[in-house]
Design a protein around this ligand. Structure first.
Ligand SMILES: [Zn+2]
Length: 242
């Protein structure tokens, strides 16, 4: 239909104008035709099937054998929490381009229902999340997961720069949008792409003191690493506050 309109326009003026002068335009739309008839039948394209209102969906399940196999990098014997005490959680969330997608997390069984409630609140607030895949999709490499701006929870690993188990090893910590919410210790910023977010200003995905994200986690009893003195871990939420 657009092509037809364009052709007509070109035809109309090409009689005396130089045809090549018209660069191909993208915006051909509403050029009022001089004495045209009533609303042309081509005008309003009947709307395609209305987008169904995307509702929040959250699920909690025990780990299937397939999942256990998939988690070979993030869990091994000797980890502080047995696989039976972990849960596989899926939640729908907003992306940065307005899409609604499903994400996944592994958390401790005793926080699984609560975390679904948190992500329901984030969904309702329209908070965008870049990616939410198991760290195993990044070889359980925290740096790789952070670099991909991936939101994740369980990972049987030591604390950053230490030897004690991280709260992530218990499935009771979550890192949210690590690029927009980096880990900052002095001049060190992780992930590297988070450097431009070390100075905190309101931008999509950026978590700020008292905002909907902090409030949603707080309502479920989770604490924010953005409140720490040093390091400041803007992506980190945990039940213990560590
Ligand atoms: Zn963390």
């Amino acid at each position: 239909m657009v092509v037809v309109v364009a052709a007509v326009l070109v035809g109309a003026c090409s009689a005396e104008a130089v045809p090549v002068a018209t660069p191909s335009t993208v915006t051909v739309a509403p050029v009022p035709s001089p004495k045209s008839a009533p609303p042309s039948p081509v005008a309003p394209t009947p709307t395609s099937t209305p987008t169904p209102t995307s509702a929040f969906v959250g699920t909690v399940a025990v780990l299937t054998p397939d999942l256990v196999e998939r988690m070979a990098a993030s869990w091994r014997p000797g980890c502080p929490v047995p696989l039976e005490d972990l849960r596989y959680v899926t939640v729908t969330h907003h992306g940065f381009e307005g899409q609604v997608v499903q994400g996944e997390l592994v958390v401790h069984a005793d926080v699984a229902d609560g975390i679904v409630g948190v992500f329901r609140a984030l969904f309702d607030a329209g908070y965008p999340i870049r990616s939410m895949r198991l760290v195993d999709d990044f070889g359980a490499d925290d740096d790789a997961s952070m670099a991909a701006d991936n939101t994740s929870a369980f990972n049987c690993r030591a604390i950053t720069g230490g030897t004690e188990w991280s709260e992530h090893a218990y499935g009771r910590a979550i890192d949210v949008n690590p690029v927009e919410n980096p880990y900052v210790r002095g001049r060190h910023v992780a992930p590297p792409a988070g450097r431009e977010f070390a100075e905190r200003t309101a931008r999509p995905g950026v978590i700020l003191e008292g905002d909907a994200v902090v409030q949603a986690f707080a309502a479920a009893g989770w604490h924010w690493g953005g409140d720490w003195a040093s390091p400041v871990d803007y992506q980190h939420f945990s039940v213990s506050g560590r």
